[in-house]
Design a protein around this ligand. Structure first.
Ligand SMILES: Cc1cc2nc3c(=O)[nH]c(=O)nc-3n(C[C@H](O)[C@H](O)[C@H](O)COP(=O)(O)OP(=O)(O)OC[C@H]3O[C@@H](n4cnc5c(N)ncnc54)[C@H](O)[C@@H]3O)c2cc1C
Length: 402
């Protein structure tokens, strides 16, 4: 039913009671307004030099809320939930879109309403064979276009010549010259690779983005077939919202059962035969989850599996083995700083949720990827590449979709 607003309204009315569907539907109309106001500057255009406008203006048209003779408007996503949706189950639905990025809805601006709107408008996509098939398809397309790849080659520094980026130096000491250097690493790391101040005064700084949250995934090997009609993706909400948010935001030390996504695609490429099934269970996790205490990653994994039992009947009896992937693994394998995952850029919030511009103070050096404008998630990270291509081909005046 997610393909249509009417379908969503009817499904919610049936599941949560009459009236809840309309309340959610009306919220989506307002979220769409926020999306329409920010889609260009926060997805389709290079970061505005006067980004303060985006940082200061809340694009979400909150409904006036009367309280103790005062009229207030929701300033945070949590207030949108509490004052406009007024049902803990709708609140869980709303906030799960922020929690997926490790964002605490109590701390983020109402503009984060665009997160559920994007999912509603564009859907959730699965790549057959798993996400690596997307990487493979992009790789093959690039090779066909005569792109050369150097794998296993760590960049140790950006080479400068005449005040411009002129290539990269690899860890083995070899140098590759280039007209333009497009760096897909996080801006803090990039700063270390240049030893150069990459942003002038008044730019969105690199160190503003909180990198507290990554993802924990538990990969489950199950005996027995996937039952006919099993749901591809189920979100099992946290039983205790405050405990989840307090742990995620670092206010509490004790892990609580998080909001968990259970993925069971009907894809033969993901199982050895029809007598087995593989299931991926994931949740947002603090990047210091392993550092907290011995075995904390495994304990959190236990909580994920406990939640997944709600979506997979007989899960425990069917379990052959499991593999736990924490943010620590992510950091070790991809170099992603602390295994954190970046969120899409959000308006308002005093600019705390914006990412550094794609251009840098060093001519010829550009930033792409989830930690740069317009932020994280594959669609946004992909857009950063499209924007840098525009800036290189059309020059610094390139204004994206304008
Ligand atoms: C478990 C998990 C699940 C996710 N699920 C989703 C999802 O369902 N949908 C979605 O849209 N997003 C998802 N994401 C987020 C998504 O993966 C990121 O937003 C995206 O990968 C960011 O792209 P990037 O290019 O910035 O960084 P990365 O994909 O991390 O790429 C950076 C690359 O640079 C390389 N590198 C780093 N330093 C150097 C160096 N010095 N020299 C050479 N190479 C270097 C790294 O090895 C890495 O390959 C998920 C992330 C995780 C961890």
């Amino acid at each position: 039913p997610n393909a249509s607003r009417a379908g969503v309204v009817a499904a919610l009315d049936e599941a949560l009671g009459a009236g809840t569907g309309d309340r959610w539907g009306d919220f989506l109309v307002r979220a769409r307004e926020a999306w329409d106001r920010t889609r260009r500057p926060l997805l389709e255009e290079p970061l505005w030099p006067n980004w303060r406008v985006l940082a200061e203006r809340e694009p979400y048209p909150a409904v006036p809320h009367k309280r103790l003779l005062r009229t207030r408007r929701a300033g945070t996503l949590a207030e949108v939930g509490a004052w406009e949706l007024r049902d803990p189950r709708l609140v869980a639905l709303l906030e799960s879109h922020a929690v997926a990025y490790g964002l605490d809805p109590r701390d983020i601006p109402a503009s984060a309403a665009v997160l559920p709107y994007m999912e509603h408008a564009f859907g959730v996509w699965y790549v057959r064979g798993g996400i690596r098939e997307l990487a493979r398809a992009v790789y093959e397309r690039c090779v066909a276009r005569k792109v050369e790849f150097l794998v296993g080659a760590e960049v140790a520094g950006v080479v400068e010549k005449d005040g411009r980026a002129a290539g990269v130096e690899l860890a083995d000491g070899s140098v590759t010259e280039a007209d333009h250097v497009v760096a897909g690493v996080d801006p803090v790391r990039l700063h270390g690779l240049t030893g150069h101040r990459l942003d002038g005064d008044g730019a969105v700084p690199a160190d503003r983005t909180a990198r507290r949250s990554g993802r924990i995934s538990v990969l489950l090997a199950l005996r027995g077939p996937r039952e006919a009609g099993a749901v591809h993706r189920t979100v099992v909400h946290a039983p205790d919202r405050t405990a989840e948010l307090d742990f995620l935001s670092g206010r509490a030390a004790e892990p609580a059962r998080p909001t968990v996504t259970v993925l069971r695609p009907d894809d033969p490429a993901l199982r050895p035969d029809d007598e087995h099934e593989s299931v991926v269970v994931t949740a947002a996790a603090r990047t210091d989850v392993e550092g907290e205490a011995e075995g904390a990653g495994e304990r959190l994994a236990d909580l994920l599996v406990e939640a997944a039992e709600k979506a997979v009947p007989g899960l425990r009896e069917r379990l052959l083995w499991r593999e736990v992937r924490t943010p620590g693994h992510q950091e070790a394998e991809s170099g992603a700083a602390r295994g954190g995952i970046p969120a899409p850029a959000l308006a308002a919030g005093d600019g705390r949720f914006l990412h550094p511009a794609n251009t840098t103070a060093l001519a010829g050096l550009y930033r792409v990827g989830g930690w740069s404008h317009p932020g994280g998630g594959l669609p946004h990270a992909g857009m950063s590449g499209a924007l840098v291509a525009g800036l290189i081909v059309e020059g610094p005046e390139f204004r994206g979709s304008q």
